[in-house]
Write a protein that binds this ligand. Structure first.
Ligand code: ADP
Length: 509
């Protein structure tokens, strides 16, 4: 448990959750601030609209008649007092207003009251200099002030001309309370400060849970992979059927394990086959020599025992040579010794060599030469090996009375050699694998064949054909026969082939 906790910060789950939380937090804070600003702007716009409406009321109803003494100007509201709308509008303006002359002296209204609301009074009458600058200004002057009760106001100051003496200007300021706006803004800020951490915390927990859920299949893959060893390669990770990336990973992983299992089984089978192949001649040699040692009396009897042993030693060296050569070929160490050859002659020679074994197996062997000559650059030794492997298989897997036909043809710069037999054929499920190393079709064929092969012959064929830049395909119909088709370019410059990949070797049509 302890080491797991120690590495928690290095896990993908932690990283995913951390990244998600940071991004989510920044986004949330950004969006909250943006909303707050938007709200503030719209509340300010609202306050401006209120002021403009009140100013329209001032313009419509406020009258300041001429005062011959020019010292006791009176302001009066020229509205219809019986009209509730007009009265309410004027009363609304009077909630926060101030009217002075240009010296800052507050005007009286018709009832002899000062034309200043209590809140404006508590904010202080502006100084004459301030009043004069407002009277001189072209538009309205907006300011923010707070009254004695701490209520903030947005104030719109401008002027109104005298009723008869239109050149005379009077200072008129009206205000609207921002208390409601600030309350809404503060409420929003408080909500943000309280909710944002809560939302982030919830998001963080959800992120942790979802990241954990998303990664569970990955951990399952890892657990299964850990439990797979050479002895239980048949283990597969069950697909979840979601068709997502994890399912693809599982599928790819399963396919990889399947390939490893196939290879592993082949190598295991090969080790068994090789040890068996090597042990049998060794046991026989040992038996022969022991018998000779204890029972042979004459020189001839000793000679017979040695000759028999030499035959078995020859088989042993053949197996070892084949293995060595194949491993060299697969590591690119075999370089073709090319020379100018006529394929017609080469094929004819090899077919001739196989006449005697074919007769022995009661198989009719023919060569059908469809072109008189077919010259190109080839390695004679490897070509012989390739043809011998194909012919020996054809003869080996064809029952007595059957026939084997080798056809040589040419299409433009490509030579085609077909080795066709009327033998037992290869079941379709085995066909894709017969070029794999050590692959042998188990069952009837093996029993029927007198000589048990190592399953390397067709791997050689495939490698030799590829080294010459050609292709080889196998076609077969069980019970009817098999045809191997080799296509070789007549002028191919390459001479070495990289390590052959098994699946590439096995591409029968
Ligand atoms: P082997 O040394 O066992 O013949 P090969 O690699 O040459 O190994 O062949 C692999 C397997 O392919 C053989 O074991 C046999 O089952 C099958 N095979 C090859 N050629 C033929 C054929 N002409 N007819 C039927 N089966 C064949």
């Amino acid at each position: 448990m302890a080491p797991q906790r120690k590495h928690i910060t290095r896990g993908l789950r932690f990283t995913l959750t951390a990244v998600y939380t940071v991004v989510f937090t920044l986004l949330l804070i950004g969006v909250t601030l943006l909303f707050r600003q938007k709200l503030k702007n719209s509340l300010t716009d609202q306050a401006h609209d209120d002021l403009e409406q009140n100013w329209a009321v001032v313009k419509a109803y406020l009258r300041i008649p001429n005062d011959p003494g020019q010292t006791n100007y009176h302001a009066y509201w020229n509205h219809d007092r019986s009209d509730p709308d007009e009265s309410t509008a004027v009363a609304g303006v009077k909630k926060a207003y101030l009217i002075t002359d240009e010296s800052g002296k507050v005007l009286k209204d018709t009832e002899g009251q000062d034309t200043v609301s209590s809140n404006f009074e508590s904010m202080g009458i502006p100084k004459p200099a301030e009043i004069r600058s407002v009277l001189r200004a072209n538009g309205a002057v907006l300011t923010n002030k707070t009254d004695a009760d701490g209520i903030p106001y947005l104030i719109r100051a401008s002027y109104v001309n005298g009723e008869e003496d239109t050149a005379r200007k009077f200072y008129v300021a009206i205000g609207t309370s921002l208390a409601g706006n600030n309350k809404v803004l503060n409420g929003f800020t408080l909500l943000g400060v309280g909710l944002v951490p809560l939302v982030i915390l919830t998001g963080c927990v959800m992120g942790w849970i979802f990241a954990g859920r998303a990664l569970t299949p990955v951990l399952e893959v890892a657990r299964t992979a850990e439990s797979i060893s050479g002895s239980n390669l048949s283990l597969r990770i069950p697909s979840r059927g979601a068709g997502d990336e994890i399912d693809r990973l599982i599928e790819t992983f399963n396919q990889m394990i399947e390939r490893i299992e196939i290879n592993f089984n082949q190598v295991r089978q090969f080790s068994t086959d090789v040890s068996h192949e090597l042990r049998t001649p060794i046991t026989v040699i040992r038996g022969q020599l022991e018998v000779a040692l204890f029972t042979a009396k004459t020189v001839d009897q000793y000679r017979d025992a040695i000759v028999d042993s030499l035959d078995d030693i020859e088989r042993l060296s053949q197996i070892v040579r084949a293995l060595l050569l194949l491993s060299q070929a697969e590591t690119g160490q075999v370089i073709l010794q090319k020379q100018h050859l006529d394929l017609a002659e080469v094929v004819e020679d090899v077919v001739d060599q196989f006449q005697i074994p074919a007769e022995g197996a009661e198989v009719n062997l023919r060569f059908e030469k469809r072109v008189a000559h077919c010259a190109g650059e080839f390695d004679r030794v490897q070509l012989d090996r390739m043809l011998s492997n194909l012919l020996s298989n054809a003869v080996k897997f064809t029952p007595p009375g059957g026939s084997v036909c080798v056809v040589l043809d040419r299409r433009d710069e490509i030579a085609e050699i077909r080795v066709e037999d009327t033998g037992q054929g290869i079941p379709p499920e085995h066909l894709p694998h017969i070029f794999d190393r050590f692959y042998r079709v188990r069952g009837t064929g093996e029993q029927a064949s007198p000589e048990k092969g190592l399953g390397l012959g067709l791997s050689f064929v495939s490698w030799i054909v590829r080294a010459h830049g050609g292709t080889v395909d196998a076609h077969s119909e069980p019970g009817k026969g098999t045809a191997f088709v080799v296509k070789l370019p007549l002028s191919y410059a390459g001479s070495v082939v990289e390590s052959p990949v098994q699946s590439e070797l096995a591409k029968p049509v």
